[in-house]
Design a protein around this ligand. Sequence first.
Ligand SMILES: Cc1cc2nc3c(=O)[nH]c(=O)nc-3n(C[C@H](O)[C@H](O)[C@H](O)COP(=O)(O)OP(=O)(O)OC[C@H]3O[C@@H](n4cnc5c(N)ncnc54)[C@H](O)[C@@H]3O)c2cc1C
Length: 131
Amino acid sequence: MSSGQPIKIAISGGGLAGATLANALLKYPHLDMNIFESAPEFSERSAAVGIAANAQAALAEIGGVVADVIERAGGVTMTSSRLCMASGPIAMSVVFDIAAEQRGKVVHRAALLAEFGRIEGTAMIVRDLFG
Ligand SMILES: Cc1cc2nc3c(=O)[nH]c(=O)nc-3n(C[C@H](O)[C@H](O)[C@H](O)COP(=O)(O)OP(=O)(O)OC[C@H]3O[C@@H](n4cnc5c(N)ncnc54)[C@H](O)[C@@H]3O)c2cc1C
């Protein structure tokens, strides 16, 4: 930038997208970024989060300290998964199977977001950006 002033960026929401974006932008020193998150703490949303092979590849592409963030958050490799209907007339029918060779990882969502937040420069401001 010609003025030498950093470009200010506000990221709305410190969920999976916001936390990943913030970490991807860290390598650009001319960006002055803040993450605004309305929730005072992260929850599990009823289940751990599965990180598919393509999402793992995207994190590896970002690189640096993000590359092994799933492992640091306690993620484990899924050997195989089956998704079934939980209720209704076709309860327990199989929606799909994910084969073991696809090497997905499963991790506690709140632990993963906390681990993202531990990376220097990505601390969140607890505030509803539009409230
Ligand atoms: C039960 C469930 C299970 C899922 N399991 C998987 C899975 O296994 N694998 C997978 O890949 N995906 C899964 N998903 C989908 C995945 O959670 C979403 O695709 C992903 O969370 C989207 O990321 P996001 O950052 O856009 O949104 P979110 O993760 O929802 O984050 C948005 C954040 O923005 C904050 N926010 C909202 N409004 C404001 C505001 N005005 N100001 C400040 N902050 C604000 C919210 O508090 C929240 O923290 C699942 C979803 C659900 C509901």
